[in-house]
Each structure stands twice: as structure tokens, then as C-alpha cells.
Design a protein around this ligand. Structure first.
Ligand SMILES: Cc1cc2nc3c(=O)[nH]c(=O)nc-3n(C[C@H](O)[C@H](O)[C@H](O)COP(=O)(O)OP(=O)(O)OC[C@H]3O[C@@H](n4cnc5c(N)ncnc54)[C@H](O)[C@@H]3O)c2cc1C
Length: 220
């Protein structure tokens, strides 16, 4: 059965600037697949916490891995309700007034409950997470040990309840032209720098294929 489209549930329906709401699942996947950083929030004893984590999309769910010792991972594994936000900042929108100034962005908000992934699936999906971050890297490094795998918790969150909001284009400027104030957009793009070898051994090795490919097509 197919999942509801973004923004379809009462909790994810965008009220403010509705025209920026996007209900297309493919648009949501495109944002998620070109991003590796999300912010995850949950409430513990009435106190909200929001922490940054790496993530990967696998089908209709988000996968997040972390230390089994991390409080956050423990709380989420127990089924705490969570909200995940993924943001791509595409530009600064500078209007003739600060009031009308804005940002160009693509963002996804996901509501749900985390489930811990255990059993046979876990190791395979952990590789998917690593390869989702830097495609091809797991083929270049030594295999994870059982101890390392045991020290890693993997959780999944369904994309059943999510919303997508996108702003593009120029300022919507109430002042109009003829004021002598410059207005426009400063586009922002993610650029990967020249890779830096960790030590003498790595300086003497060729740059791995995964690093070259990530550099050509970085995710942020
Ligand atoms: C990079 C960036 C910078 C921003 N800066 C500002 C700012 O400085 N000031 C400001 O007022 N707003 C800013 N926004 C917009 C902000 O995220 C909210 O959309 C806006 O403030 C409306 O909030 P609300 O509670 O009235 O939303 P509502 O429309 O009432 O929210 C209802 C539901 O819509 C969904 N939703 C709301 N916002 C988003 C979103 N951004 N992405 C995906 N789903 C969403 C959620 O599921 C939410 O539960 C920014 C957004 C981005 C991505």
C-alpha cells in the first residue's frame, strides 16, 4: 500500500505560505537523497532536545546509526515520538527591506516513531548507511568487526508522515523599484574541497574512487 503524500496529515499540512507546500513524494526523495545531515528532536521529561545526525533514505524510511552508548539512540530505540528536519539552503533573498528579505530553501519535516533495526537486516543496512553517505566507501575499507557492529545502534523512521516546503526565486518586494536599493539573490551551493591525506601512508596512496566521486557530487 502506498504511503500518504507529504503534507496530507493534519499535523503536516502547511498553513503558513501554503503555496510553498509540495506534495510530490519524488521531490521529497530528491531532497533527502542529496543530503546527509538532519536534525532530530525528541522530548525527555518535558525538555525538547534537537541533535544533528547523519542519515540515509532507504525506500520509504530514514536510517540513522549511532553509538549504542548515546542517550539519544537509547531513547529513540525505546519508541520516543520524534521530529526530523532536513534543510537545504539554496540562497539568501535580499529584498529592499529586511522585512521582505528571505531565504531560498528546500526542507522536509518528518514526524514519527523510531524503530530499532536488529537481526539479519542490521549489518546489511549499516553498510547501506555508510555507502549512502560516501557511495562505494565500504568496498575500500576493512570490514566492520562484530564488536564494532555491536557497539552501533541502527534505527529507522517511516516517511509515512512528512511535509515538504520549498521557496525559490526573487524577493517579493513591497517597496518596488525606484528606491535606489539593490535587491536580488545570493545563491548558495555546497562545494567539496581538495581531499587532505591523514598521514604519510595516505599521502603515498592514490585518492580512492569514492572520494573522487563524492568530490564531484557532494552531499551536505
Ligand atoms: C532555511 C530556512 C530558514 C527559515 N527561516 C525562517 C525565519 O527566519 N522566519 C520564519 O518565520 N520562517 C522561516 N522559515 C520557515 C519556517 O520553517 C516555517 O515554515 C514558518 O515559520 C512557518 O511556521 P508555522 O509553525 O506557522 O508553520 P505551519 O505551516 O503552521 O506548520 C504546519 C506543518 O507544516 C510543516 N512545515 C512547516 N514549516 C515547514 C518547513 N520549513 N519545511 C517542511 N515542512 C514544514 C510541518 O509539518 C508543520 O507541522 C525558514 C525555513 C527554512 C527552511
Amino acid at each position: 500500500m502506498s504511503l500518504p503524500n507529504p503534507g496530507e496529515s493534519p499535523r503536516t499540512e502547511i498553513n503558513r505560505l501554503k503555496q510553498r507546500s509540495v506534495s510530490d513524494r519524488d521531490a521529497m526523495y530528491e531532497i533527502l537523497d542529496s543530503t546527509i545531515l538532519c536534525h532530530i528532536g525528541y522530548v525527555e521529561s518535558g525538555q525538547p532536545y534537537v541533535l544533528p545526525y547523519a542519515f540515509v533514505r532507504e525506500g520509504d524510511r530514514i536510517l540513522i546509526h549511532g553509538s549504542s552508548g548515546a542517550r539519544f539512540m537509547r531513547e529513540l530505540s525505546k519508541g520516543a515520538p520524534t521530529c526530523i528536519t532536513v534543510t537545504k539552503l539554496d540562497g539568501l533573498v535580499l529584498a529592499r527591506t529586511t522585512f521582505d528579505s528571505s531565504m531560498n530553501y528546500r526542507s522536509v519535516v518528518i514526524l514519527g516513531t523510531a524503530e530499532e533495526v536488529t537481526g539479519d537486516d542490521k549489518n546489511k543496512l549499516l553498510e547501506k548507511v555508510s555507502d549512502g553517505l560516501v557511495p562505494g566507501r565500504t568496498l575500500e575499507v576493512r570490514k566492520s568487526t562484530n564488536k564494532e557492529l555491536a557497539a552501533t545502534t541502527l534505527i529507522s523512521i517511516s516517511l509515512a508522515e512528512a511535509s515538504v516546503k520549498i521557496r525559490t526565486g526573487m524577493p517579493h518586494d513591497d517597496e518596488g523599484s525606484g528606491t535606489g536599493v539593490w535587491s536580488g539573490v545570493i545563491p548558495l551551493h555546497l562545494v567539496a574541497g581538495e581531499p587532505i591525506a591523514a598521514d604519510e601512508e595516505s599521502q603515498n596512496l592514490p585518492i580512492p574512487q569514492s572520494v573522487k566521486e563524492f568530490r564531484a557530487n557532494p552531499k551536505g
